[in-house]
Design a protein around this ligand. Structure first.
Ligand SMILES: C[S@@+](CC[C@H](N)C(=O)[O-])C[C@H]1O[C@@H](n2cnc3c(N)ncnc32)[C@H](O)[C@@H]1O
Length: 239
């Protein structure tokens, strides 16, 4: 199954409410910006869930996303937060961000790289991030693949979140994709994701010209699970 070109357009208005419970990554990504002497680039920035706290902490951000609807929300929220002057929101793709210059930080939060469907696209995105970084810069991103428990407990089951959103996961379909259906306040979408084991992500990061500095199983430095499933939080530097 192929994801529609802008699978987030129909849920942009409910995206922040849907993700309200996801907070643990914000401090990590704001912390990653410490010491930067350039703007921070966030690829697949969405509605600014990370970009706006970065701007509120005093960092200038280039926020790239392929969804006009998500960027529209980001722009409105930046104005409401009084940080429009710190955020440069741009339409662009993970594999072709379409921005010039060199930056000390490139971040790709909240599993956005899982939207890439094959190694060519993954390497394209990682190399595009590499090309944006100064020699001493850092790439930080997180990805996920379902644990055996996740698969056993949630496969094909509609689960309700505290936010009121409902979602249904169809992990590892015959075509190798994972499909997540989301429904909230009459808005729906189907996301198509492509999880990989942690070790494969780390190989791709190295193949794209990085040294992996840290690879954690959560945002607090937990060990990655032995079977390579669960969360993977990576910080890498160009070599
Ligand atoms: C899970 S959201 C993450 C948004 C934001 N980074 C956050 O932490 O809330 C994934 C985002 O990736 C964007 N996206 C998906 N594929 C993309 C691509 N190929 N290029 C650019 N953005 C993409 C979607 O439009 C969406 O805004």
């Amino acid at each position: 199954m192929i994801e529609s070109a802008d699978a987030y357009a129909s849920i942009a208005e409910i995206y922040d409410a849907w993700c309200l419970e996801v907070q643990e990554d914000i401090g990590f990504y704001v912390g990653m910006a410490l010491g930067t002497e350039t703007k921070v680039v966030e690829l697949a920035a969405g509605t600014g869930r990370i970009a706006i706290p970065l701007a509120e902490s005093g960092y200038d951000v280039v926020a790239v996303d392929r969804s006009q609807a998500m960027l529209g929300l980001l722009t409105g929220k930046a104005a409401a937060a009084g940080v429009s002057n710190r955020i440069d929101a741009r339409l662009g793709d993970l594999t072709r961000p379409g921005i010039d210059g060199l930056y000390d930080r490139v971040v790709v939060p909240f599993r956005s790289l899982l939207h890439l469907g094959n190694d060519e696209e993954r390497l394209g995105a990682l190399r595009a991030a590499r090309a944006l970084l100064t020699d001493q810069g850092y790439l930080a991103f997180d990805v996920f693949s379902p644990t055996p428990d996740d698969v056993q407990c949630t496969q094909g089951v509609w689960c309700s979140r505290e936010s009121g959103a409902r979602e249904r996961a169809d992990w590892y379909r015959a075509d190798g994709t994972t499909q997540i259906e989301v429904e909230m306040r009459g808005r729906t979408t189907t996301l198509v994701l492509h999880p990989l084991p942690a070790a494969r992500w780390l190989e791709l990061v190295e193949q794209a010209g990085f040294e992996v500095l840290t690879a954690w199983g959560d945002f607090n430095g937990a060990k990655v699970r032995g079977d390579g499933t669960g969360d993977l939080v990576v910080v890498a530097q160009p070599v």
